[in-house]
Design a protein around this ligand. Sequence first.
Ligand code: B12
Ligand code: SF4
Length: 530
Amino acid sequence: MIALYNDFLWGTYMSETTKTSKNLSNNNVLLLTIYNEKAPGVRYLANYLKKNGFNPTVVFLKGNIYNTKPISDKELSLFREIVDKKEYLFIGLSILSSFTLSEIQKIIDLIRNNYKIPLIIGGAYPTIMHEQCAKKADIVIRGEGELSLLNLAIAFQQNQDWTTIPNLCYFNQNGEYIKNEIDTAVQNLDYIGYPLIGGNNMYFIEGDTVINQDPQLSTDFYELTCSRGCPFNCSYCYSSKFRSLYQGKGKYLRFRSVDNVFEELNDAISKNPNIKEIRFWDEVFSTDPAWIENFVDRYKKEIDLPFHIWGHPLAIKEDILKLLADAGLQRIVVGFQSGSPNVRNNIFRRRETNEQIVKASKIISYYKIPEVYYDLMICHPLENLSEIKETFELCLQLEPPFRLNIHGLGFLPGTDIVDIAIEKGIYTREELNDMFLADEKNQLKFFYGINKGYYGEEDKKAVWADLIYLTQFHNLRSEILSLSKYAEKNKEKIKELKTKIESLPFEEQDKYVIKKGLLQVFKKLLNLKQ
Ligand code: B12
Ligand code: SF4
């Protein structure tokens, strides 16, 4: 029998307490996000609720995940002080990724053990793993949250039936799991507005202190998306799961109007004039010529700050990149993940060919985008030794300069790659379930297959991983090529070279990224050994 937390939503609690929905004039809601001080999703919800008469408090508990420290007892007690300030209709907890589940459990326990406020969970992870999340909360909202959360807030406030609201999942009073239908995806994104920035009702808890201010106002970059959805269907990614979730529910890949995007950008910059850089987190930045033309025209006139985008080898179009480069495109990150057509096409379900990847790199190089990153997932158990060598060979063909973001393979709960790994007998479902609940460090070990000795494959793959890493340093190309001819024999030299270059400050490393054709540079680098 599943432990039900939500008795009070069904039974006498609802009518006996004033702490929740009984207070008809109450319009306070609390939204909580963890390790994510930018959190556009939560800000969208906050703004939408605000526009519709609610009074959202937003708590950003802990800053960027990349500076992770566990949530301390002091930080938990600071969170409690905020909860105790007002009566809230509900607490809405946002879970972006499964990397922080062990920390999120702490906050769920705190809310469960101390409050009878309904706990609603939403976000990318709960959208896919809704049933698991529903065991921890009163209600899970799958997919885009604006409309459902508003309807839920109104129902709580007015003491009305909420059980049939689309997107909701919950265990009812008989312990049955109810999964309401998914609503149509919002077709006109402008309708839901844009993320809330600033205001008196934002709290940032970090380093055992709390500030009553939006953490966005004290950073120097701004993050946003101009679209929702992705045109591709990779097996390891949630975006392809969202695509199937929204099948038959309207267009999945949607774009905001340029006007709406600039309303947000101008609002952000007027509230925080220290913003020096804009990061567009669209899964793949627009390739619609009319949209781009309008965008770049206004961007140069109104914003004129360096900006970042994510691209895809099949979405690198010469005319568009030229316009973006002129408008200040500073950084482009393009994933192709593997140089092996088998891994890429049959396992990762990516459609691009090696030729298309190389062509995209030539276009990017031609327009001299200052920072170019290619994302790779290597050294995982679904790739064999000859396939990792193919990645090395493809990296050598990429047009420099570029940097590489090298990762293992993330088996994210609920993605198709999890089933592929189980079918191939690499992991059992139980092993993977344990991994999903592990802390971040241990999850990463799984990504590299370290726990099963796959990364090493008697150390052979590791040598190729090092060589792949070195391909980004164009000045070392001829040496890398000769070392790669007898990679096994040269493995110590290769490791040493990699360690040396890795230990240099990032800017120093850059000297080796840019094509200079100097053998001396390599020699100088080796001299560093002495
Ligand atoms: C942009 C992005 C980032 C940005 C930052 C985003 C940010 N500051 O929030 C960066 C690059 C920093 C990032 C980092 C990471 N990311 Co990321 N990211 C994304 C991406 C592409 C878009 C997220 C986004 O902003 N969407 C736009 C907003 C409007 O949508 P949203 O956040 O989903 O919110 C809506 C709904 O989910 C819902 N909702 C959200 N919260 C709540 C709360 C309640 C109560 C309710 C009712 C509803 C609700 O309503 C919102 C409005 O409609 C998603 C893919 C995707 N399509 O979701 C991956 C994604 C979320 N990221 C993912 C991962 C793995 C990571 C990293 C762990 C990567 C890494 N190894 O470092 C880190 C972890 C960050 C963290 N803090 O935990 C995975 C998560 C899957 C998983 N099981 O973990 C995703 C799904 C991509 C994937 N690979 O499949 N990410
Ligand atoms: S292109 Fe990127 S966002 Fe789109 S499905 Fe593939 S990995 Fe996910």
